[in-house]
Design a protein around this ligand. Structure first.
Ligand SMILES: CSC[C@H]1O[C@H](OP(=O)(O)O)[C@H](O)[C@@H]1O
Ligand SMILES: Nc1ncnc2[nH]cnc12
Length: 306
């Protein structure tokens, strides 16, 4: 197993559709680790901030968008980031809006998820091992991280766009399987269920981050109104792409404006306090019944198996 330990990389960024790189950072190196869960979506870029601290960036669908939402190697991505030393992940995602007031171009920091994936993605690091673990997931995003993020993102959006781009918080994201978009009936049903936005990729990413004891927050960027609006055409990729590039530009501005503060908040543990140590008492299988090979595999991401 290739060792790519860079322990001072404590903050990771995951870029979604349209966000394949960050800017205003100094390139340090690219790493391409092989994890016990396989290879990540793309090489991980390590960059440094003006203050010298390093951060990691990975493009969720690969640098050239070659991974479908269903087959993104989520476990490898999260494992690789954790093994580098990452304690907090800021993820970006392009989403459809299920609410009139969330307009294409708007930013959203959600606090809940409805799982509409179809059980075909590996959702736990413990799958296929001799161990059973049940992590707490009632609040799927780190509350302290999201609360830290919201006022800062709001301020950057105001500076960068005036009042054009609104930030919405405490919203529910529906994660569907895809890759086809929803039917109109599904889109109406998600609204009736309380869904506010929809994507295809926050799961199992958020679950795996939780199991790896990584504090995880999402900045979602709306690209379309999905399929629920009567008298309007349902979403197409062409429509998504129209907004995607502007959203990615704004996301880069947001990322570069908040990264330093986030890095400091990871260092001080301000935004990692609600997940750190969370798996210690989540593993039900007792050590005498844990296979050695599984302990070694899990030791790649968690400290309890040395
Ligand atoms: C390009 S539209 C559908 C695609 O966009 C979102 O990707 P990401 O979350 O990585 O930004 C959505 O989840 C779908 O994968
Ligand atoms: N309408 C939509 N449904 C699912 N994922 C999306 N990503 C962007 N728009 C989307």
């Amino acid at each position: 197993m290739a060792e790519e330990q860079t322990s001072n990389v404590i903050l990771g960024i995951i870029g979604g559709s349209g966000l394949y790189h960050l800017d205003q950072l100094t390139f340090v190196k690219e790493v391409n680790p092989t994890t016990p869960w396989g290879a990540p979506s793309s090489p991980i870029t390590i960059s440094s901030l003006p203050t010298g601290e390093q951060i990691a960036f990975i493009a969720r669908h690969g640098t050239h968008h070659t991974h479908q939402p269903t087959t993104v190697p989520f476990a490898a991505n999260i494992a690789a980031l954790k093994h580098l030393g990452v304690k907090a992940i800021l993820a970006f995602s392009a989403v459809g809006s299920l609410r009139e007031e969330i307009r294409p171009g708007d930013f959203i920091i959600p606090n809940q998820i409805i799982d509409r994936t179809k059980g075909v993605r590996q959702a736990s690091f413990f799958d296929g091992t001799s161990m059973v673990a049940h992590a707490t997931f009632g609040d799927p995003f780190s509350k302290v991280f999201s609360a830290f993020l919201a006022p800062r993102v709001k301020e950057v959006l105001k500076e960068a766009t005036g009042d054009t781009v609104q930030l919405h918080t405490d919203k529910t994201v529906v994660c569907m399987e895809g890759p086809l978009f929803s039917t109109r009936a599904e889109s109406h049903m998600y609204r009736a269920w309380g869904g506010d936005i929809i994507n295809m990729s926050v799961l199992p990413e958020a679950k795996l981050a939780r199991e790896a004891e990584i504090s995880y927050a999402l900045i979602a960027t709306a690209t379309d109104y999905d399929a629920w609006r009567e008298g309007e055409e349902p979403v197409t990729v062409a429509e998504v792409i129209k907004t995607l590039h502007t959203n990615a530009e704004t996301s880069r501005k947001v990322a570069s404006a908040v990264i330093s503060a986030l890095h400091a908040a990871v260092l001080s543990k301000e935004i990692t306090s609600d997940v750190e140590g969370g798996m210690k008492y989540s593993i039900v299988t007792q050590p005498p019944h844990q296979k050695q090979e599984d302990r070694e595999k899990l030791s790649y991401i968690l400290p309890y198996f040395d």
